[in-house]
Write a protein that binds this ligand. Structure first.
Ligand code: TNX
Length: 530
Protein backbone atom coordinates (compact mmCIF):
# COMPACT_ATOMS: atom_id res chain seq x y z
CA UNK A 1 0.00 0.00 0.00
CA UNK A 2 2.76 2.38 0.97
CA UNK A 3 4.52 1.48 -2.26
CA UNK A 4 1.37 2.01 -4.29
CA UNK A 5 0.83 5.37 -2.67
CA UNK A 6 4.36 6.36 -3.57
CA UNK A 7 3.73 5.39 -7.18
CA UNK A 8 0.46 7.33 -7.29
CA UNK A 9 2.01 10.41 -5.74
CA UNK A 10 4.93 10.06 -8.12
CA UNK A 11 2.70 9.77 -11.16
CA UNK A 12 0.50 12.63 -10.04
CA UNK A 13 3.32 14.97 -9.25
CA UNK A 14 5.03 14.24 -12.54
CA UNK A 15 1.92 14.25 -14.68
CA UNK A 16 0.69 17.46 -13.16
CA UNK A 17 3.63 19.15 -14.83
CA UNK A 18 3.19 20.19 -18.40
CA UNK A 19 6.24 18.31 -19.55
CA UNK A 20 7.20 14.81 -18.56
CA UNK A 21 9.91 13.23 -20.60
CA UNK A 22 13.20 14.03 -22.22
CA UNK A 23 11.65 14.90 -25.58
CA UNK A 24 8.88 17.13 -24.34
CA UNK A 25 10.62 20.53 -24.43
CA UNK A 26 12.85 19.99 -27.48
CA UNK A 27 12.37 22.91 -29.83
CA UNK A 28 13.32 22.93 -32.64
CA UNK A 29 13.05 19.15 -32.73
CA UNK A 30 16.49 17.60 -33.38
CA UNK A 31 16.77 15.61 -36.59
CA UNK A 32 18.10 12.37 -35.10
CA UNK A 33 17.43 11.00 -31.62
CA UNK A 34 17.61 7.55 -30.08
CA UNK A 35 16.48 6.73 -26.58
CA UNK A 36 18.55 4.29 -24.52
CA UNK A 37 17.26 1.54 -22.22
CA UNK A 38 15.15 2.95 -19.41
CA UNK A 39 17.71 2.07 -16.75
CA UNK A 40 20.49 4.15 -18.38
CA UNK A 41 20.77 7.44 -16.59
CA UNK A 42 23.36 9.87 -15.25
CA UNK A 43 23.03 11.56 -11.86
CA UNK A 44 24.43 15.05 -11.37
CA UNK A 45 25.88 15.80 -7.96
CA UNK A 46 27.63 19.13 -7.47
CA UNK A 47 30.06 17.60 -4.97
CA UNK A 48 31.36 15.09 -7.52
CA UNK A 49 30.30 16.12 -11.03
CA UNK A 50 32.24 18.63 -13.09
CA UNK A 51 32.32 19.98 -16.64
CA UNK A 52 35.46 19.47 -18.77
CA UNK A 53 36.14 21.57 -21.82
CA UNK A 54 38.46 20.54 -24.60
CA UNK A 55 39.45 24.12 -25.40
CA UNK A 56 39.10 27.67 -24.06
CA UNK A 57 36.77 28.47 -26.93
CA UNK A 58 34.14 26.39 -25.18
CA UNK A 59 34.09 28.25 -21.89
CA UNK A 60 30.98 30.24 -22.80
CA UNK A 61 29.09 27.02 -23.60
CA UNK A 62 30.39 25.49 -20.35
CA UNK A 63 29.11 28.42 -18.30
CA UNK A 64 25.75 28.09 -20.02
CA UNK A 65 25.62 24.43 -19.05
CA UNK A 66 26.61 25.31 -15.51
CA UNK A 67 23.74 27.84 -15.33
CA UNK A 68 21.25 25.38 -16.81
CA UNK A 69 22.16 22.75 -14.22
CA UNK A 70 21.85 25.26 -11.43
CA UNK A 71 18.53 26.56 -12.71
CA UNK A 72 17.01 23.11 -13.11
CA UNK A 73 18.66 21.14 -10.30
CA UNK A 74 20.16 23.71 -7.95
CA UNK A 75 23.48 21.89 -8.21
CA UNK A 76 26.68 23.84 -8.70
CA UNK A 77 29.13 22.00 -10.93
CA UNK A 78 32.67 23.22 -11.51
CA UNK A 79 34.34 23.76 -14.88
CA UNK A 80 37.81 22.38 -15.42
CA UNK A 81 40.21 22.10 -18.31
CA UNK A 82 41.52 18.64 -17.47
CA UNK A 83 39.64 15.89 -19.23
CA UNK A 84 38.31 14.24 -16.08
CA UNK A 85 34.88 15.82 -15.79
CA UNK A 86 31.82 13.65 -16.34
CA UNK A 87 30.21 16.38 -18.45
CA UNK A 88 32.44 16.77 -21.49
CA UNK A 89 32.24 19.51 -24.11
CA UNK A 90 34.42 18.78 -27.13
CA UNK A 91 35.14 20.17 -30.57
CA UNK A 92 34.95 17.37 -33.12
CA UNK A 93 36.05 18.32 -36.61
CA UNK A 94 34.97 14.98 -38.02
CA UNK A 95 31.37 16.24 -37.85
CA UNK A 96 30.55 17.41 -41.37
CA UNK A 97 28.16 20.33 -40.95
CA UNK A 98 29.57 23.28 -39.03
CA UNK A 99 26.50 23.44 -36.78
CA UNK A 100 26.27 19.69 -36.21
CA UNK A 101 26.45 18.39 -32.64
CA UNK A 102 25.97 15.12 -30.80
CA UNK A 103 24.90 14.38 -27.23
CA UNK A 104 25.49 11.05 -25.53
CA UNK A 105 24.05 10.50 -22.07
CA UNK A 106 25.27 7.28 -20.47
CA UNK A 107 25.60 5.95 -16.91
CA UNK A 108 29.10 7.43 -16.76
CA UNK A 109 28.41 10.95 -17.91
CA UNK A 110 27.33 13.23 -20.72
CA UNK A 111 29.43 13.99 -23.79
CA UNK A 112 28.55 16.86 -26.13
CA UNK A 113 30.55 17.10 -29.34
CA UNK A 114 30.23 19.87 -31.89
CA UNK A 115 31.83 20.72 -35.20
CA UNK A 116 32.35 24.32 -33.99
CA UNK A 117 31.94 26.24 -30.77
CA UNK A 118 28.51 27.31 -32.03
CA UNK A 119 27.56 23.67 -32.50
CA UNK A 120 28.71 22.81 -28.97
CA UNK A 121 26.61 25.75 -27.74
CA UNK A 122 23.63 24.17 -29.54
CA UNK A 123 24.36 20.84 -27.87
CA UNK A 124 24.16 22.61 -24.51
CA UNK A 125 20.91 24.33 -25.53
CA UNK A 126 19.40 20.96 -26.42
CA UNK A 127 20.58 19.39 -23.18
CA UNK A 128 19.05 22.29 -21.30
CA UNK A 129 15.74 21.58 -23.03
CA UNK A 130 16.05 17.93 -22.03
CA UNK A 131 16.35 19.06 -18.40
CA UNK A 132 13.41 21.45 -18.81
CA UNK A 133 11.21 18.77 -20.33
CA UNK A 134 11.98 15.78 -18.13
CA UNK A 135 10.77 17.16 -14.80
CA UNK A 136 10.56 13.71 -13.18
CA UNK A 137 14.21 12.90 -13.73
CA UNK A 138 15.47 16.46 -13.47
CA UNK A 139 13.87 16.91 -10.06
CA UNK A 140 15.86 13.85 -8.96
CA UNK A 141 18.98 15.37 -10.54
CA UNK A 142 19.04 12.66 -13.19
CA UNK A 143 19.37 12.75 -16.97
CA UNK A 144 17.91 9.76 -18.84
CA UNK A 145 20.02 7.92 -21.44
CA UNK A 146 19.74 9.44 -24.91
CA UNK A 147 21.77 9.91 -28.10
CA UNK A 148 21.25 12.98 -30.26
CA UNK A 149 22.93 13.62 -33.62
CA UNK A 150 21.58 16.87 -34.92
CA UNK A 151 22.21 18.90 -38.07
CA UNK A 152 20.07 21.83 -39.26
CA UNK A 153 18.04 21.69 -42.45
CA UNK A 154 19.25 25.24 -43.32
CA UNK A 155 22.43 27.08 -42.45
CA UNK A 156 20.72 30.51 -42.50
CA UNK A 157 18.03 30.97 -39.86
CA UNK A 158 17.36 34.65 -39.41
CA UNK A 159 15.22 36.93 -37.28
CA UNK A 160 14.79 40.52 -38.44
CA UNK A 161 14.36 43.37 -35.97
CA UNK A 162 13.38 46.88 -37.04
CA UNK A 163 14.89 49.51 -34.75
CA UNK A 164 14.55 52.02 -37.62
CA UNK A 165 10.82 52.42 -37.01
CA UNK A 166 11.00 52.41 -33.24
CA UNK A 167 14.44 52.42 -31.73
CA UNK A 168 15.39 49.47 -29.53
CA UNK A 169 18.22 50.15 -27.07
CA UNK A 170 21.25 47.87 -26.97
CA UNK A 171 20.01 46.07 -23.84
CA UNK A 172 16.74 45.24 -25.63
CA UNK A 173 18.57 43.88 -28.66
CA UNK A 174 20.72 41.70 -26.39
CA UNK A 175 17.61 40.45 -24.60
CA UNK A 176 16.13 39.55 -28.00
CA UNK A 177 19.32 37.72 -28.97
CA UNK A 178 19.14 35.65 -25.76
CA UNK A 179 15.79 34.18 -26.80
CA UNK A 180 16.49 33.70 -30.50
CA UNK A 181 19.77 31.90 -29.78
CA UNK A 182 17.90 29.54 -27.46
CA UNK A 183 15.87 28.42 -30.46
CA UNK A 184 18.91 28.12 -32.73
CA UNK A 185 18.36 31.19 -34.90
CA UNK A 186 21.81 32.15 -36.15
CA UNK A 187 21.33 35.49 -37.94
CA UNK A 188 19.98 38.76 -36.57
CA UNK A 189 19.16 41.15 -39.40
CA UNK A 190 18.99 44.73 -38.13
CA UNK A 191 16.86 46.99 -40.31
CA UNK A 192 18.86 50.10 -39.46
CA UNK A 193 17.49 52.76 -41.79
CA UNK A 194 14.05 53.74 -43.00
CA UNK A 195 11.74 56.74 -43.42
CA UNK A 196 11.37 56.96 -39.66
CA UNK A 197 15.03 57.06 -38.76
CA UNK A 198 18.69 56.35 -39.47
CA UNK A 199 19.91 54.35 -36.52
CA UNK A 200 23.62 53.94 -36.93
CA UNK A 201 26.40 56.46 -36.47
CA UNK A 202 28.62 57.01 -39.50
CA UNK A 203 31.85 58.88 -38.66
CA UNK A 204 32.08 60.62 -42.00
CA UNK A 205 28.42 61.72 -41.99
CA UNK A 206 27.30 62.18 -38.39
CA UNK A 207 24.36 64.26 -39.64
CA UNK A 208 22.68 61.06 -40.85
CA UNK A 209 21.93 59.55 -37.47
CA UNK A 210 18.61 60.21 -35.75
CA UNK A 211 18.45 61.23 -32.10
CA UNK A 212 18.28 57.59 -31.02
CA UNK A 213 20.91 55.51 -32.73
CA UNK A 214 23.67 52.97 -32.18
CA UNK A 215 27.22 54.21 -31.71
CA UNK A 216 30.16 52.21 -33.03
CA UNK A 217 30.72 50.94 -29.49
CA UNK A 218 27.07 49.81 -29.29
CA UNK A 219 27.42 47.86 -32.53
CA UNK A 220 30.63 46.27 -31.34
CA UNK A 221 28.88 45.15 -28.19
CA UNK A 222 25.85 43.75 -30.06
CA UNK A 223 28.11 41.90 -32.52
CA UNK A 224 30.24 40.46 -29.69
CA UNK A 225 27.23 39.40 -27.63
CA UNK A 226 25.58 37.78 -30.64
CA UNK A 227 28.74 35.94 -31.71
CA UNK A 228 29.04 34.25 -28.31
CA UNK A 229 25.59 32.80 -28.98
CA UNK A 230 26.30 31.70 -32.56
CA UNK A 231 24.40 34.65 -34.01
CA UNK A 232 25.79 36.76 -36.87
CA UNK A 233 24.46 40.30 -37.19
CA UNK A 234 23.56 41.31 -40.75
CA UNK A 235 23.06 45.07 -41.19
CA UNK A 236 20.36 46.39 -43.50
CA UNK A 237 20.49 49.83 -45.10
CA UNK A 238 17.27 50.24 -47.02
CA UNK A 239 17.88 52.01 -50.37
CA UNK A 240 16.82 53.55 -52.77
CA UNK A 241 13.27 53.72 -51.30
CA UNK A 242 12.49 54.05 -47.58
CA UNK A 243 15.05 56.85 -47.45
CA UNK A 244 13.29 59.89 -45.94
CA UNK A 245 15.67 59.94 -42.97
CA UNK A 246 18.68 59.91 -45.29
CA UNK A 247 17.13 62.57 -47.52
CA UNK A 248 16.56 64.80 -44.51
CA UNK A 249 20.35 64.83 -44.08
CA UNK A 250 21.08 64.99 -47.83
CA UNK A 251 18.22 66.95 -49.48
CA UNK A 252 20.35 67.24 -52.61
CA UNK A 253 19.82 63.51 -53.23
CA UNK A 254 16.12 63.94 -53.99
CA UNK A 255 14.93 63.65 -57.58
CA UNK A 256 14.96 66.89 -59.58
CA UNK A 257 11.20 67.51 -59.56
CA UNK A 258 11.13 67.06 -55.76
CA UNK A 259 13.76 69.67 -55.01
CA UNK A 260 11.30 71.94 -53.26
CA UNK A 261 9.45 69.18 -51.36
CA UNK A 262 10.34 69.30 -47.69
CA UNK A 263 10.86 66.08 -45.85
CA UNK A 264 9.00 65.10 -42.76
CA UNK A 265 10.73 62.15 -41.19
CA UNK A 266 8.44 59.19 -40.86
CA UNK A 267 5.71 60.58 -43.10
CA UNK A 268 7.24 60.80 -46.55
CA UNK A 269 7.25 57.14 -47.39
CA UNK A 270 7.35 57.55 -51.13
CA UNK A 271 10.61 59.47 -51.48
CA UNK A 272 13.62 57.86 -53.12
CA UNK A 273 17.29 58.54 -53.61
CA UNK A 274 17.69 59.97 -57.10
CA UNK A 275 19.42 57.55 -59.45
CA UNK A 276 21.22 60.38 -61.19
CA UNK A 277 22.05 62.89 -58.45
CA UNK A 278 25.68 63.83 -58.11
CA UNK A 279 27.23 62.45 -54.99
CA UNK A 280 24.71 59.72 -54.08
CA UNK A 281 27.08 56.93 -54.99
CA UNK A 282 30.18 58.31 -53.35
CA UNK A 283 28.31 58.90 -50.08
CA UNK A 284 26.88 55.37 -50.21
CA UNK A 285 30.36 54.06 -50.96
CA UNK A 286 31.69 55.76 -47.81
CA UNK A 287 28.79 54.47 -45.73
CA UNK A 288 29.22 50.89 -46.94
CA UNK A 289 32.91 51.04 -46.13
CA UNK A 290 32.16 52.01 -42.53
CA UNK A 291 29.33 49.49 -42.19
CA UNK A 292 31.54 46.73 -43.60
CA UNK A 293 34.13 47.58 -40.96
CA UNK A 294 31.61 47.37 -38.13
CA UNK A 295 29.93 44.05 -38.97
CA UNK A 296 32.02 40.93 -39.58
CA UNK A 297 29.07 39.25 -41.37
CA UNK A 298 29.60 38.06 -44.93
CA UNK A 299 26.44 39.91 -46.05
CA UNK A 300 25.02 43.40 -46.16
CA UNK A 301 21.31 43.80 -46.88
CA UNK A 302 20.58 46.81 -49.06
CA UNK A 303 16.78 46.76 -49.13
CA UNK A 304 15.60 47.43 -52.66
CA UNK A 305 11.93 47.09 -51.66
CA UNK A 306 8.89 49.25 -52.30
CA UNK A 307 10.68 51.87 -54.37
CA UNK A 308 8.12 54.41 -55.56
CA UNK A 309 9.68 54.63 -59.01
CA UNK A 310 6.63 56.06 -60.78
CA UNK A 311 6.56 59.01 -58.40
CA UNK A 312 10.30 59.66 -58.35
CA UNK A 313 12.62 58.45 -61.11
CA UNK A 314 9.86 58.41 -63.75
CA UNK A 315 9.13 62.12 -63.19
CA UNK A 316 12.68 63.34 -62.65
CA UNK A 317 14.20 65.19 -65.66
CA UNK A 318 17.73 64.08 -64.74
CA UNK A 319 16.67 60.43 -64.43
CA UNK A 320 14.83 60.68 -67.76
CA UNK A 321 17.97 61.90 -69.45
CA UNK A 322 19.94 59.04 -67.90
CA UNK A 323 17.32 56.56 -69.11
CA UNK A 324 17.55 57.87 -72.63
CA UNK A 325 21.33 57.86 -72.61
CA UNK A 326 21.36 54.27 -71.35
CA UNK A 327 18.80 53.12 -73.92
CA UNK A 328 16.25 52.08 -71.29
CA UNK A 329 12.55 52.02 -72.00
CA UNK A 330 11.32 51.75 -68.40
CA UNK A 331 12.33 53.86 -65.38
CA UNK A 332 12.59 50.67 -63.29
CA UNK A 333 15.63 49.80 -65.44
CA UNK A 334 17.52 52.53 -63.61
CA UNK A 335 17.73 49.97 -60.80
CA UNK A 336 20.34 48.25 -63.00
CA UNK A 337 23.00 50.99 -62.83
CA UNK A 338 21.90 51.98 -59.30
CA UNK A 339 22.59 48.57 -57.82
CA UNK A 340 25.55 47.88 -60.11
CA UNK A 341 27.32 50.89 -58.58
CA UNK A 342 26.28 50.20 -55.03
CA UNK A 343 27.16 46.50 -55.26
CA UNK A 344 30.59 47.44 -56.52
CA UNK A 345 31.14 49.14 -53.17
CA UNK A 346 29.86 46.07 -51.35
CA UNK A 347 32.19 43.80 -53.28
CA UNK A 348 35.17 46.10 -52.83
CA UNK A 349 34.67 45.77 -49.09
CA UNK A 350 34.63 41.99 -49.26
CA UNK A 351 30.91 41.53 -48.69
CA UNK A 352 27.93 40.12 -50.54
CA UNK A 353 24.57 41.79 -51.12
CA UNK A 354 21.13 40.67 -50.02
CA UNK A 355 18.02 42.39 -51.43
CA UNK A 356 14.27 42.04 -50.93
CA UNK A 357 13.04 40.36 -54.11
CA UNK A 358 10.76 42.59 -56.16
CA UNK A 359 8.94 41.33 -59.24
CA UNK A 360 7.30 43.17 -62.13
CA UNK A 361 4.03 43.27 -60.20
CA UNK A 362 3.37 43.56 -56.48
CA UNK A 363 0.48 41.08 -56.65
CA UNK A 364 0.21 37.86 -58.62
CA UNK A 365 0.41 37.41 -61.51
CA UNK A 366 4.01 38.51 -61.89
CA UNK A 367 6.27 37.22 -64.62
CA UNK A 368 9.78 38.43 -64.01
CA UNK A 369 12.14 40.26 -61.71
CA UNK A 370 11.63 44.02 -61.35
CA UNK A 371 15.10 44.30 -62.90
CA UNK A 372 17.76 41.69 -63.69
CA UNK A 373 19.39 41.01 -60.32
CA UNK A 374 23.07 40.09 -60.66
CA UNK A 375 23.59 36.38 -60.14
CA UNK A 376 25.51 36.62 -56.89
CA UNK A 377 22.75 38.68 -55.23
CA UNK A 378 20.93 36.83 -52.48
CA UNK A 379 17.20 37.54 -52.64
CA UNK A 380 14.52 37.40 -49.96
CA UNK A 381 11.04 36.29 -50.94
CA UNK A 382 8.50 38.25 -48.90
CA UNK A 383 5.41 39.53 -50.77
CA UNK A 384 2.23 37.59 -50.13
CA UNK A 385 1.32 35.41 -53.09
CA UNK A 386 4.61 35.84 -54.94
CA UNK A 387 6.81 33.20 -53.32
CA UNK A 388 6.14 30.45 -55.89
CA UNK A 389 7.21 32.85 -58.66
CA UNK A 390 10.26 34.03 -56.66
CA UNK A 391 11.26 30.42 -56.11
CA UNK A 392 11.01 29.66 -59.80
CA UNK A 393 12.87 32.79 -60.94
CA UNK A 394 15.67 32.49 -58.38
CA UNK A 395 16.11 28.86 -59.33
CA UNK A 396 16.29 29.71 -63.02
CA UNK A 397 18.61 32.70 -62.57
CA UNK A 398 20.85 31.13 -59.94
CA UNK A 399 20.16 33.61 -57.11
CA UNK A 400 20.38 32.14 -53.60
CA UNK A 401 17.05 32.61 -51.80
CA UNK A 402 15.98 33.35 -48.23
CA UNK A 403 12.40 32.51 -47.44
CA UNK A 404 10.36 35.10 -45.55
CA UNK A 405 6.92 34.79 -47.19
CA UNK A 406 4.35 37.26 -45.89
CA UNK A 407 1.91 34.38 -45.41
CA UNK A 408 4.03 32.77 -42.69
CA UNK A 409 6.97 34.86 -41.61
CA UNK A 410 5.54 38.35 -40.95
CA UNK A 411 5.34 38.53 -37.20
CA UNK A 412 4.15 42.15 -37.19
CA UNK A 413 0.76 40.78 -38.32
CA UNK A 414 -1.85 39.97 -35.65
CA UNK A 415 -1.96 36.46 -34.24
CA UNK A 416 -5.65 36.54 -33.48
CA UNK A 417 -8.77 38.44 -34.47
CA UNK A 418 -8.73 41.83 -32.71
CA UNK A 419 -5.26 41.34 -31.29
CA UNK A 420 -2.34 43.76 -31.73
CA UNK A 421 -1.26 45.86 -33.54
CA UNK A 422 -3.94 48.22 -32.34
CA UNK A 423 -2.75 50.99 -34.65
CA UNK A 424 -1.07 51.21 -38.00
CA UNK A 425 -2.89 48.05 -39.02
CA UNK A 426 -3.45 48.48 -42.73
CA UNK A 427 -5.55 45.32 -42.93
CA UNK A 428 -2.78 42.91 -42.08
CA UNK A 429 -3.79 39.31 -42.60
CA UNK A 430 -4.13 37.34 -39.36
CA UNK A 431 -1.23 34.97 -39.07
CA UNK A 432 -1.93 32.38 -36.42
CA UNK A 433 0.58 30.14 -34.71
CA UNK A 434 -0.82 27.19 -36.63
CA UNK A 435 -0.41 29.08 -39.91
CA UNK A 436 3.23 29.82 -39.09
CA UNK A 437 3.82 26.21 -38.18
CA UNK A 438 2.44 25.16 -41.57
CA UNK A 439 5.40 26.80 -43.31
CA UNK A 440 7.53 24.45 -45.38
CA UNK A 441 10.47 26.60 -46.56
CA UNK A 442 10.81 24.31 -49.57
CA UNK A 443 7.22 25.11 -50.60
CA UNK A 444 6.76 21.44 -51.43
CA UNK A 445 9.17 21.68 -54.37
CA UNK A 446 11.22 18.74 -55.57
CA UNK A 447 14.76 18.58 -54.16
CA UNK A 448 16.53 20.15 -57.15
CA UNK A 449 14.13 23.08 -57.23
CA UNK A 450 14.83 24.03 -53.64
CA UNK A 451 18.58 23.51 -53.54
CA UNK A 452 19.21 27.24 -53.86
CA UNK A 453 17.22 28.03 -50.68
CA UNK A 454 19.69 29.24 -48.06
CA UNK A 455 17.24 29.43 -45.24
CA UNK A 456 14.42 31.29 -43.59
CA UNK A 457 13.82 34.66 -41.98
CA UNK A 458 11.18 35.74 -39.48
CA UNK A 459 10.49 39.46 -39.85
CA UNK A 460 9.35 41.74 -37.08
CA UNK A 461 8.56 45.05 -38.75
CA UNK A 462 8.48 47.73 -36.13
CA UNK A 463 5.93 50.41 -37.04
CA UNK A 464 3.71 49.35 -34.13
CA UNK A 465 6.41 47.83 -31.93
CA UNK A 466 7.21 50.44 -29.33
CA UNK A 467 9.43 48.41 -27.05
CA UNK A 468 11.01 45.04 -26.41
CA UNK A 469 7.98 43.67 -24.56
CA UNK A 470 5.80 44.21 -27.59
CA UNK A 471 8.54 42.80 -29.80
CA UNK A 472 8.70 39.52 -27.90
CA UNK A 473 4.89 39.41 -27.59
CA UNK A 474 4.65 39.44 -31.39
CA UNK A 475 7.69 37.16 -31.80
CA UNK A 476 6.69 34.32 -29.46
CA UNK A 477 5.42 31.72 -29.74
CA UNK A 478 5.22 32.15 -33.54
CA UNK A 479 9.00 32.48 -33.65
CA UNK A 480 9.20 28.99 -32.18
CA UNK A 481 7.22 27.65 -35.13
CA UNK A 482 9.54 29.38 -37.60
CA UNK A 483 12.62 28.19 -35.69
CA UNK A 484 11.48 24.65 -36.27
CA UNK A 485 10.78 25.39 -39.95
CA UNK A 486 14.38 26.53 -40.33
CA UNK A 487 16.03 23.72 -38.40
CA UNK A 488 13.96 20.56 -38.58
CA UNK A 489 13.41 18.37 -41.65
CA UNK A 490 9.77 18.15 -42.71
CA UNK A 491 9.56 14.44 -41.84
CA UNK A 492 10.43 15.23 -38.22
CA UNK A 493 7.84 17.96 -37.83
CA UNK A 494 4.32 17.58 -36.52
CA UNK A 495 1.85 20.24 -35.37
CA UNK A 496 0.45 18.20 -32.48
CA UNK A 497 3.89 17.38 -31.17
CA UNK A 498 4.96 21.03 -31.60
CA UNK A 499 1.98 22.26 -29.59
CA UNK A 500 2.94 20.03 -26.66
CA UNK A 501 6.61 20.97 -26.82
CA UNK A 502 5.70 24.64 -26.98
CA UNK A 503 4.12 24.82 -23.48
CA UNK A 504 7.21 24.17 -21.35
CA UNK A 505 9.06 26.65 -23.56
CA UNK A 506 6.39 29.31 -23.10
CA UNK A 507 6.60 28.73 -19.35
CA UNK A 508 10.35 29.03 -19.45
CA UNK A 509 10.23 32.23 -21.49
CA UNK A 510 7.78 33.72 -18.98
CA UNK A 511 9.95 32.65 -16.08
CA UNK A 512 12.80 34.54 -17.72
CA UNK A 513 10.68 37.67 -17.94
CA UNK A 514 9.88 37.44 -21.63
CA UNK A 515 6.50 38.82 -22.63
CA UNK A 516 4.88 36.18 -24.87
CA UNK A 517 1.38 35.70 -26.19
CA UNK A 518 -0.31 32.60 -24.78
CA UNK A 519 -2.06 31.04 -27.76
CA UNK A 520 -5.16 29.93 -25.84
CA UNK A 521 -7.18 29.53 -29.04
CA UNK A 522 -5.28 26.45 -30.19
CA UNK A 523 -6.66 24.29 -27.38
CA UNK A 524 -10.08 25.76 -26.77
CA UNK A 525 -12.34 25.36 -29.70
CA UNK A 526 -13.08 29.03 -30.08
CA UNK A 527 -14.41 28.75 -33.59
CA UNK A 528 -13.58 31.46 -36.04
CA UNK A 529 -10.62 33.28 -34.65
CA UNK A 530 -9.07 34.24 -37.94
C1 TNX B 1 6.56 45.97 -46.13
S1 TNX B 1 8.51 43.77 -46.19
C2 TNX B 1 7.83 46.44 -45.92
C3 TNX B 1 8.16 47.09 -44.65
C4 TNX B 1 6.95 47.23 -43.77
C5 TNX B 1 6.14 45.96 -43.80
C6 TNX B 1 4.97 45.95 -42.88
C7 TNX B 1 9.32 44.86 -46.86
C8 TNX B 1 10.49 44.47 -47.59
N1 TNX B 1 8.87 46.13 -46.76
O1 TNX B 1 8.75 48.34 -44.90
O2 TNX B 1 7.36 47.51 -42.47
O3 TNX B 1 5.69 45.76 -45.11
O4 TNX B 1 4.40 44.69 -42.79
Amino acid sequence: MKHLLFVIVGVLSCSSMVAQDNLSALLPMPNEISLKDTDVCFTIDGRKTSISIGSDELSFAARKLQDAIYENMQETVNISKDGDGELKLLLDHSLKNKEQYTIDVSNDGIVIRGASKGAVFYGVVTLEQILTGDRCHTSRHQVKGICVNDTPRFGYRAFMLDPARNFLPVESVKFFIDQMAQYKYNVLQLHLTDDQGWRIHIDKYPQLASKDHYTKEDIKEIVRYAAQRNVTVVPELDIPGHTSAMLAAFPEFKCGHKDSVSIEIGKTVNMMLCASADGVYSVIDDIIKEIAGMFPAEYIHLGGDEAAIADNWAKCPRCNRLMEKSGYSKPSQLMIPFFAKVMKSVKKNGKRTILWCELDNIYPPANDYLFPYPKETVLVSWRGGLTPKCLELTHDHGNPLIMAPGEYAYLDYPQYKGDFPEFNNWGMPITTLETCYGFDPGYGQAGKKQEHIMGVMATLWGEAIKDINRATYMAYPRGLALAEAGWTDMENRDWKSFKNRMYPNIMKLMKHGVSVRVPFEIEQNLGNYK
